[in-house]
Design a binder for this molecule. Sequence first.
Ligand code: NAI
Length: 247
Amino acid sequence: MSEQRVAVITGGASGIGRETCLHFARKGDRVVVADFNEAGGRETVRLIEDNGGEACFARVDVSSQDSVEALVEEAVARFGRIDVMFNNAGIGGAGPVLEQNMELYHRTIGVNQHGVAYGIMAAGRKMKELGIKGVIINTASVFGFLASPGTFAYHATKGAVVMMSKSAALELAPYGIRVVAIAPGAVDTPILQGYKNAGLIDSMRAKVMGGELTKPEAIAKSVYLISLEDAEAINGSVVMVDQGYAS
Ligand code: NAI
């Protein structure tokens, strides 16, 4: 690709999203750091700029379709194109099935499921309109197909991300746009602190090869590889980035 790429990364203020912003920028892409945590997002931009990269912050609430549409418009207004959309923002938890906090249940569905759907639609339409053969990468989880107690709504959303990715990939393939889901296992980020069940985190850690939580930097590098044109065969796929968690 001759022109410098533009990557829009949601959840860019923390964890996997931040590390992916930093990695894409290090590789020479222009990055839109999107999050509703403005302080964290601006810190990601600062880290990129201090390293000589190019980035801007865009505030987004991915559970609002208008907000996600505005994010994509803002990215194109700022940088003129969008090559990579990483729908990664997410929240954890929501608790056991018989003790659901219904507000948290709906919020989990709104952020993790609707947020990804809105991102696929907004970026897909814009890439098609601009004739860009881009890639949309969505963060699912091993919890999208492996059950564990206490995270009922989270499982529902991640299963949905898997199937939305496959379905959208079929429909966007004629335009040369790829859609891929990634399935991390247990990654060392603040989201795990939301799990009240410490035993759950210990059992998750034990499933990762080497017995340590996966580093978010390692997920970022895999996302970057998937985004490259050379990865054209990775389409409609769920890429395990789990260090053996689901093996
Ligand atoms: P994190 O908590 O460090 O980052 C999540 C980011 O999403 C935060 O910056 C937060 O402000 C942002 N966010 C939350 N709700 C938002 C909203 N409505 N609009 C915009 N931004 C919002 O967590 P982490 O681990 O980096 O999570 C990233 C993704 O990875 C999530 O989708 C999560 O479900 C997924 N994942 C994480 C795993 C782990 O073990 N950490 C394992 C499998 C999947």
